[in-house]
Design a protein around this ligand. Sequence first.
Ligand code: FES
Length: 159
Amino acid sequence: MSVLSEELRQKILAYVPRYPNKQAVTLPALHIVQDALRCVPLEAIREIADLLDLSPAEVHDTMSFYGFFRDEKQPLGKTRLWVCRSLACGLRGAEELLDTVCKKLNVQPGGTSADGKITVEFAECIGACEGAPAVLIDDEARMNVTPDKVDALLDELRQ
Ligand code: FES
């Protein structure tokens, strides 16, 4: 049975006309699959390769080049919470913020809470330095997230 639904396959194929060749669609395809499945399973690598007329090794090479993608052994939680630890955020308590988030969720950076709802990661500058310390909630930046705001933030993300 196919890992990629017809909807996901069509989403990936819709990128083909926008790129100079099918190989260039590998990265968008990996994003589409990970967004939907919260990881890129081995079978999905084969199916992406089939769709794009590539070998599975070529798709896997692209996937493993970026630390962004997860395989089925380490799927993402429902929300991916990135805590910025670059200079501006670091000067305004990012390490303490990351520690607080990890302790409250009982995970190490990169880990996912036991309820499967939140994966915590550290990030380099997310472009929200004026609101340091800042986090990314999937694609959305949130500024001035001090440790005293962590409980409210995690409650929001658990809903
Ligand atoms: S250093 Fe954290 S957003 Fe730029």
